[in-house]
Design a binder for this molecule. Sequence first.
Ligand SMILES: [Zn+2]
Ligand SMILES: [Zn+2]
Length: 388
Amino acid sequence: MSSVESLPQLQKEIFNKISSNKTDDLKTILAANKVKVDFIDENGMSPLQHACYKGNREIVQMLLDHGANTNECQHVHEYTALHFAALSGNADLCNLLLAHGAKLSATNSVGRTAAQMAAFVGNHNCVVAINNFIPKADIDYYIKPQGLQTEPMLHPHIADNFHLFIMQVNVNPVRVVLNLQKFLGLIDNLPMIQKVLEAMRQRKMTRDQETNEVMAFKYHYLSCVVAEVIKCHKQQGALKAEKNDNVKGIEDKKSDVIELLVKKFLKCKSDGTFEYQELFLKETVREFQYRNSRIFRQMVATLASTDPPSAISVIEAAINGQQVFNDYSQICITCGEEKATKKCSKCKSVQYCDRECQRLHWFIHKKICNRSSQSNTSHVKVSDSSNE
Ligand SMILES: [Zn+2]
Ligand SMILES: [Zn+2]
C-alpha cells in the first residue's frame, strides 16, 4: 500500500501488519496501545475490512474483540467487511462476521450483496454459508412464551443444538435424519421441533419485512423430514402393538427408527436411482404451500422436465444454489457430506464420513463390493484414505 503516508504512524503500522498477516505483531501493538480500530485508509477501508480481504480469521477475531464494528462502511465502492470476507473465500470468516451482526442484505455501489459477490468469483462455500446463516435472535423468539402462551414453543436447553441443526448446509435427507440423532436433545422433542420449524417457515413468508423464499422452503423441507421420522416412529409402534410385542419397549427404540428410515432413503432401484427417497422428496416440494413463489415454480418445472435431475439435486440447488464440487470422490456416498476421507478398505471405490455412514450403507454396497473382489468376507472395515 503506497499512499498511506498521510496516516499516523501507528495506523500505518497496523495496516502493514494486517496486509502481511503478522498476527502476533498486531496482537502486541493492539495490547500496547489504546487505539480505536475504526480508522480508514485512503480508500475508506478499515483494518477489519483489510483483514477480511486477507481472509485472516484470527486477525478478524482480534479486531472484533478490540471493538471493530462489522457494519461500519466508508469504503469508496461501499464494500462491507462481509463483502471482503466473501471475496476471500473463507466461509468460517463469513460465519464469524454474521454471528457478530454483519448485515447480509448490505449492497455495494453496484447493488451486489456479499453472497452475490461470492457467487460472482466462484466462492460457493461462502455463498452457502451466508445464505444458510440464521441469527441466534431468530431462535430466541421461540424460547420465551409469546403472547398468551404459558410455555415457550422451544425448550431453551435444546436451542443451541436446534440452531446448529437448521444452519447445516448439507440437506441430504440421510444427513438431516442422522443430525436429529447427532445433536443431543432433538430426537426426544420431534413434535416440538416440527412446530417451531413450521412457525419459522411462516414468519419467513409473512411477518418478516424482507420475505425469504429460500429459507422458508428450507424450514418447510426440514419440518417434512422431522414429520417423516415421527410418522416412521408411529408406524413402528403400531406394528409392534399389532404383534403384541412389548409396547413399553417402543420409547427407547428411537435409534432403530432413525436407522430404518435412513435405509429406506438409501434403497435403490436396479438402475441405481433412489425409490423411496425420490418419492418423499418430490412430495415435500409439492407440499410447499407458497405456490406463487419463484422457488416453488422453478423446482416443479425442473422436476417436470424431460429427463429431470434427481429430486435431491433439485432441492439442493434451490436451497444452496448450483454447486460445483471440486472433488466428487470426497463426497460421502451415504449422507452427501463433503470431505469424507474414509473409504471401504476392501474395494476402495466408495468414500464415507465415518464407520456409522459405512455401516448404514453396507446393505447396498455389499452387493457391489463383493462383485469387485474375490473373497466373500461379509464384514469390511473402513480405512483412512489419507494413509494410502
Ligand atoms: Zn456420511
Ligand atoms: Zn467396498
